[in-house]
Design a protein. Structure first.
Length: 150
């Protein structure tokens, strides 16, 4: 699994002109699921997101986690994070999981992040044409790959 985490002061997702979900201060998480991913990847990654210290403390240092600031989360599935651009100019998505594998893992990741944060999170809609808006706070943007645990 690969995620792009953006610290936001607000974010929302629209589908067919209607707001599906919106959050205030917290993080927007774009999630790509590969054919090699499993529950262990989701467990590690969602727990990491909840504990990632990317929010400022009283001294202005990034020492607080999403859980500690009681922030909100918006989790959106995005297979294009898995694009391979090694050959030619058209990205290949051959490593992206097919819906029959990806949807259960996406739904599991939602529940796991909710458990990590101790509250409900907002989501997009798997496979939908979504319009995502955000105000990146900082800006702070972090990329994490569950297959490259540093």
């Amino acid at each position: 699994m690969k995620v792009v985490i953006q610290r936001v002061s607000e974010a929302s997702v629209m589908i067919d002109g209607n707001t599906k979900s919106s959050i205030k201060a917290g993080c927007l998480v774009l999630l790509g699921i590969t054919i090699e991913d499993n529950i262990a990847d989701a467990d590690w990654l969602m727990d990491k997101i909840g504990q990632l210290r990317i929010y400022s403390d009283a001294a202005g240092l990034m020492n607080l986690s999403l859980e500690q600031i009681n922030g909100e989360a918006l989790l959106i599935s995005q297979f294009t994070l898995l694009a391979s651009t090694k050959k030619g100019n058209r990205p290949s998505y051959i490593s992206a999981a097919r819906p029959e594998q990806a949807i259960p893992l996406y739904e599991y990741a939602i529940r796991r992040l909710e458990n990590a944060l101790g509250k409900s999170i907002m989501t997009g809609e798997f496979g939908a044409d979504m319009k995502v808006s955000l105000v990146n706070d900082g800006p702070v943007t972090i990329i994490i790959d569950s297959k490259n645990r540093e």
